[in-house]
Design a protein. Structure first.
Length: 271
């Protein structure tokens, strides 16, 4: 098999394997972090998402940051996230020819274009899809902008809003905080902790946080709480992240969370 046929076969295999198809937990990204050759800056991640509770594949640091932000948004805003979403190659080839732009290709063999994020959102008129591609400004080369024009026209035909998100537009401190609490969303990611343990200490621990976290480094306060409740060291820090990730308690996400610093905790949502 020559190289051109090999590329075509690889693309066909992905479609046959269900890549780029499905919704919610059943969606399978067209490009995955485990693929041999992936675009981006080499920052490949596999992250258990909060919404569909499936593994998300991101291919760059800025994609990962945006994924953090999308997961943090409430379910009444963002319903589903489908990353590395493929466009129908027959139509993108036609659009490229119409625009007199070279289609995405490898060794002159056309390949599927993908968009970073297909996002299902709630609106006043019901659920609709929007498309967002995320980039750092230095990646906006002339060739990249050509491919984006194909992508924009493709989704415009379908009546789907398309847009570019630049890294400079992302709330960096909030994203760092989301990243800090992210693994705490699900209790089963922490051996030795379960819902029964958390429910047993939850009210007492929340009151302790409200009363004392604003005046004490959270790392020291959580270690004291571990001793108080007879838990393994680090357990209460994880429970703190769990409570924040599930928005049972709240803090100002615009201020950087540090283990060595106090943390204002409230039961009321903060903007």
């Amino acid at each position: 098999m020559n190289r051109g046929n090999s590329i075509r076969q690889s693309q066909e295999n992905k479609i046959r394997d269900g890549r780029g198809q499905g919704y919610g937990k059943e969606y399978v990204p067209f490009i995955q972090a485990s693929d041999n050759k992936t675009p981006g800056d080499g920052y490949l991640t596999r992250t258990l998402g909060w919404k569909a509770e499936r593994i998300h594949h991101t291919l760059s640091k800025v994609e990962y940051k945006y994924l953090m932000l999308l997961n943090w948004m409430d379910m009444d805003i963002v319903l589903d996230i489908r990353e590395q979403y493929p466009l129908q190659i027959e139509r993108t080839i036609e659009i490229a020819e119409k625009l007199h732009i070279a289609h995405a290709h490898i060794n002159n063999v056309p390949v599927y274009q993908t968009t970073d994020f297909m996002i299902s959102i709630h609106t006043s008129k019901g659920i609709r899809d929007v498309v967002r591609t995320v980039k750092v400004v230095t990646d906006l080369t002339a060739r990249t902008l050509e491919l984006f024009e194909i992508e924009r026209c493709y989704f415009e035909e379908q009546g789907i809003e398309w847009g570019i998100i630049l890294e400079s537009q992302l709330p960096s401190t909030m994203i760092r905080n989301i990243d800090w609490i992210f693994d705490g969303r699900f209790l089963d990611s922490r051996p030795g902790l379960d819902i029964e343990v958390v429910e047993y200490i939850k009210n007492s621990f929340i009151q302790l946080l409200i009363d004392e976290a604003a005046a004490n480094p959270i790392q020291k306060l959580c270690l004291r709480a571990d001793n108080k409740y007879g838990l393994e060291s680090g357990s209460c820090m994880f429970i703190l992240k769990h409570l924040l990730a599930n928005k049972i308690i709240h803090t100002d996400m615009q201020k950087l969370i540090r283990n060595s610093s106090p943390l204002f905790i409230s039961r009321e949502a903060m903007k």
